[in-house]
Design a binder for this molecule. Sequence first.
Ligand SMILES: *Cc1c(COP(=O)(O)O)cnc(C)c1O
Length: 402
Amino acid sequence: MYLDNSATTQVSEEVFEEMKPYFTEEFGNPSTLYKYGRESKKALNQARQRVADAINAKPEEIIFTSGGSESDNLAIKGIAFKLAKKGKHIITTEIEHPAVTETLHFLESLDFKVTYLPVYENGIIKIEDLKEAITDETILITVMHANNEIGTVQPIEEIGKIAKEHGIKFHTDAVQSFGKIEVDVEKLNVDLLSLSSHKLNGPKGVGAIYIRKGTRLVPLIHGGGQERGIRAGTENVPGIVGFGKACELASQQLEEHYEKLSSIRDELIEKVLSTVPEAYVNGDREQRLPNLVNFRFKAIEGESLILLLDAKGYQASTGSACSSNKLEASPVLTALGLDPVDVHGSLRISLAPESDTFDIDEFVGIIAESVARLREMSPLWNQELDYDGVMCSKHGDDCRMC
Ligand SMILES: *Cc1c(COP(=O)(O)O)cnc(C)c1O
């Protein structure tokens, strides 16, 4: 049972069928004038229309990219480089995706100043903090729509209004929210918005950026002038066609999927919290995606739990309490103000519409059993310990968790 749909999703059969001809007979370069090229160009235009329709944009406001990471980079660097003469201050949050935070760290090395808004225990920013952070130098606000680890949804509409009042460009990363909740660029008041195909049953390596008409930015990739000169390079036609189809399907099924996913999620939350002692939900209970929940179990290591669940056939993730190559506490969970030891006991479950085939009772039973087994071995569970004395060299001295 695959329960890690926030990491990636399976390409749906309909999407795959739509893509197939563009790998074989319809192989033309969309920039050429003869028939093959024209057919590819037509397919690109149709996909562009489908993406635009899904977010209430105009087709000329959609630029195809290689995915969410590129779209985030293009939005942030593109605006920063365009407006550097006007000011060098950017506002963001403490819980952005690395495609945003690492881009901002890079800009800090070029003397840009970045304010990271706190998110508090519920994983949501406060509008007053944003208002206070704005200066005459502020050129860009970038705040994600929904978080990929805990699923909380930010007040994008309100942030957009404030950005507009101050004449500041506003970008949101909508990679996780798109296809799960409504994403309407007019309602959200955004100037730039990032999308990725593989999080919504489309192929990997393709995405888009919405750029509101009249918003100018510096390209990342210079070359043959494709995508209105904003993103050079021969277009990934099969990928873009698949992405277009995935957008069409996702918006047709949005409400039906919302109902289905949120009812599975709520049942899961209710059963986990009533079955497993000392279990909690990370982040706000209301302002969240329908398909994602991040649990916290006291005194266990998330990684060990993942392996026990995997052995039983359930694939989930920790929500990167420690990413696989770094033994670092998750910045997102840390930003919630959790104790460093508690940050490690997390489990992220992210559902897809096809998840309704799984037996929630059986799954919760396995979680309860696994957590109990890990706690039997856990010094944190078995002894009265003063948390101040339990840290390792990464987290502090003599950590018993690592
Ligand atoms: C997955 C993800 C990205 C990166 O998208 P890719 O297409 O994998 O580059 C960016 N932001 C968020 C919130 C994501 O979940």
